[in-house]
Ligand binder design. Structure first.
Ligand SMILES: Cc1ncc(COP(=O)(O)O)c(C=O)c1O
Length: 391
């Protein structure tokens, strides 16, 4: 006989169901580019983070399979035991050079990097000043560290300044922000955050999960877009599961900081290293990302096409210049219904609900990719024209 759920868990589950926040993992059987076979339907994906359309690129697939022949599949241990493959060592050097940072440490995922790095940088006597819309992995890193957390209103530099000023003398201070906000697509004012951190003698850590590969010269990310580097943003993190099309994540910093993080980041020390074939495909992805200006230009064209289309249809502009194009709907039930209506028209856009976004701001988080065509975007706009309510 199986044990029943503890009362608190059963209640929590009921609440999730009643609030229309029950999450369903839709199973797909095959995918090629943005075309997915799911539940006997052929759908076009408009909610993946494969911004450059590299996840099924033949060079990545080939690099992965060749490395599997050479190394096998699994890394078999933590990097500190026997999991530090030559692929990881080479990729860390190559990625650091690409980002223009002295050194990089590669870990399992953005969630592991953000939680582990924040926990390593600050402790109970310290204060974190954190943007209210930061990603859950940053929030969980704050919790794990035990530091006091002061949240400032989203993108409000003045409020961040006040929060930093108010905790002067309270140990180490860490200013923390997404570089591109994952659910809204807006880009943080990186030069202003850097100035603030310098003036208030705080660390600045940015998570550029959605900017690396997409923004800046050669896709070097939001920090490079603003002509900043390690002097302005001493700790930069990012995932390789989005524009790079693979999996894994990095923290980039000075040699001294990486040396320290290598010694103390628990999510790296007590976790199995990335499989060598995956890292081999990341190396192939990096070569493509650095020379993907055509893909980025095509993607930017699609973003313009989509936003201009929204205006033409009398729908609110998303105010986002990145591939993340959110249509804020509000309540859970309406957002779910719109997502279903798109699905019925062959378009896959998952409804985003709390706790991923604040209550009352459920949305269709549309993401564009270089793997989309203008005709795909046109089809999406035509469907939105049919289903979206107007004020
Ligand atoms: C801003 C941001 N940071 C970190 C992550 C986590 O990265 P990963 O999926 O590699 O764990 C995500 C999304 O997944 C994200 O949107």
């Amino acid at each position: 006989m199986t044990q029943p759920l503890p009362e608190f868990a059963a209640q929590r589950l009921k609440h999730i169901e009643r609030a229309n926040r029950y999450r369903v993992r839709r199973e797909y059987a095959a995918r090629q580019g943005m075309a997915v076979a799911c539940d006997d339907a052929d759908l076009t994906l408009f909610c993946s983070n494969d911004y450059l359309g590299l996840s099924d690129h033949p060079r990545l697939v080939e690099a992965l399979s060749q490395a599997a022949e050479r190394y096998g599949v699994g890394s078999t241990a933590s990097q500190y035991i026997n999991g530090h493959s030559a692929e990881i060592a080479a990729f860390e050097r190559e990625l650091a050079a690409f980002l223009g940072y002295p050194r990089v440490l590669l870990l399992g995922s953005g969630y592991l990097v953000n939680t582990g790095v924040i926990d390593a940088l600050v402790g109970r006597d310290d204060v974190i000043v954190s943007d209210a819309l930061n990603h859950a992995s940053l929030i969980d890193g704050c919790r794990l560290s035990g530091a006091r957390v002061e949240r400032f209103a989203h993108a409000d530099i003045e409020a961040a300044d006040q929060a930093l000023a108010a905790c002067a003398g309270d140990g180490q201070r860490l200013l923390l922000s997404d570089a591109v906000f994952s659910m809204d697509g807006d880009i943080a004012d990186i030069p202003a955050l850097a100035r603030l951190a310098r003036q208030r003698s705080a660390w600045l850590m940015l998570d550029d999960a959605h900017g690396v590969g997409v923004l800046g010269p050669q896709g070097r990310g939001a920090v490079a877009l603003h002509q900043c580097g390690v002097s302005e943003v001493p700790v930069l993190t990012g995932t390789l599961g989005k524009a790079f099309g693979v999996y894994g994540a990095f923290v980039a910093a000075s040699s001294e900081v990486i040396d320290y993080l290598t010694q103390v980041t628990r999510t790296g020390i007590f976790a199995t290293a990335l499989p060598p074939p995956l890292v081999a495909s990341l190396r192939a992805a990096l070569e493509l990302v650095a020379y993907a200006d055509q893909r980025r230009a095509h993607l930017n064209g699609l973003i313009e096409q989509f936003r201009a289309g929204l205006v033409r249809l009398g729908l609110p502009d998303t105010a986002s210049s990145t591939p993340i194009q959110p249509l804020i709907v509000g309540p859970e039930d309406r957002t779910l219904a719109l997502s279903e209506a798109l699905r019925a028209r062959g378009l896959w856009v998952t409804a985003i609900r709390p706790p991923t976004v604040p209550a009352g701001t459920c949305r269709l988080r549309i993401t564009l990719s270089a793997a989309h065509s203008e005709a795909d975007v046109q089809r999406l706009l035509a469907a939105l024209d049919e289903i979206m309510p107007r004020d």
